[in-house]
Ligand binder design. Structure first.
Ligand code: AP5
Ligand code: ZN
Length: 216
């Protein structure tokens, strides 16, 4: 069973996907994290992706789809996974249905985490991300025990280059233009569940859990 988390940049997809994955013992697949791993390893794909990411634009569908297709076919996804940041365009959503059909899997629930734009800007401005595994913190809303250090693995925290205010504004625009159409796509399939993402992290998790349990 696959769960697709939808929501604008900064809505809390990564935060919630990590918690949900842990609670359900499922794999967590973040397309953004996969690109950032390629970037760190300085692969060709990483270099290509970086040029789009730093501008707040989407990486082209073909390379994104190929990367996720390889990831979902690994053994740790045999019982499903939580997808965070993919699909992000109608073409990607179609491709996901096709790749899951090949794997005998299906999307069972699509929570949409709703958060207004002014809140997104504040969240991304205060976000700190772990270098080793992408764990996410906020200097005010979810601070690490020791400033600048990941609670889980002790690695260094950094601020993402695409969290600069101009780039955040671009990312929100790109979301509205290219990703928001997926809301209707999944609503028509009866899979969409809207969640208030302005609540505290634990409360959002509880609502998500409830939605997922109901769907499975
Ligand atoms: P990606 O890494 O996917 O970024 P994003 O979608 O913009 O999402 P974010 O990671 O910024 O936010 P989030 O919703 O995960 O929020 P988080 O939990 O961190 O993509 C980056 C780039 O990669 C894209 O721009 C694109 O170039 C490329 N890309 C990726 N996927 C692609 C695809 N499929 N196709 C093409 N290109 C692709 O939370 C944010 C902050 O808020 C944190 O500090 C957190 O601590 C805090 N917070 C979270 N929840 C709460 C809460 N309830 N209350 C208070 N604070 C909270
Ligand atoms: Zn970490």
């Amino acid at each position: 069973d696959f769960i697709v988390l939808l929501g604008p940049p900064g809505a809390g997809k990564g935060t919630q996907a990590q918690r949900l994955a842990q609670a359900l013992g499922m794999a967590h697949i973040s397309s953004g994290d996969l690109f950032r791993e390629h970037l760190k390893a300085q692969t060709e794909l990483g270099q290509l992706a970086q040029s789009y990411m730093n501008r707040g634009e989407l990486v082209p569908d073909d390379v994104t789809i190929a990367m996720v297709r390889e990831r979902v076919s690994r053994p740790d996804c045999a019982r499903g996974a939580i997808l965070d940041g993919f699909p992000r365009t109608p073409v990607q959503a179609q491709a996901l249905d096709e790749m899951l059909a090949e794997l005998n899997g299906r999307v069972v629930c699509v929570p949409l985490i709703n958060v207004p734009a002014e809140v997104l800007i504040e969240r991304l401005g205060g976000r700190w991300t772990c270098r080793a595994q992408g764990h996410v913190y906020h200097e005010k809303y979810n601070p690490p025990r020791v400033p600048g250090v990941c609670d889980v693995d002790g690695s260094e925290l950094y601020q993402r280059e695409d969290d600069l205010p101009e780039t955040v504004a671009r990312r929100i625009r790109v979301y509205l233009e290219q990703t928001a159409p997926l809301v209707d796509y999944y609503r028509q399939k009866g899979l969409l569940v809207e969640i208030d993402g302005t609540l505290p992290i634990e409360e959002v998790s509880a609502k998500l859990m409830e939605a997922v349990e109901k769907a499975r």
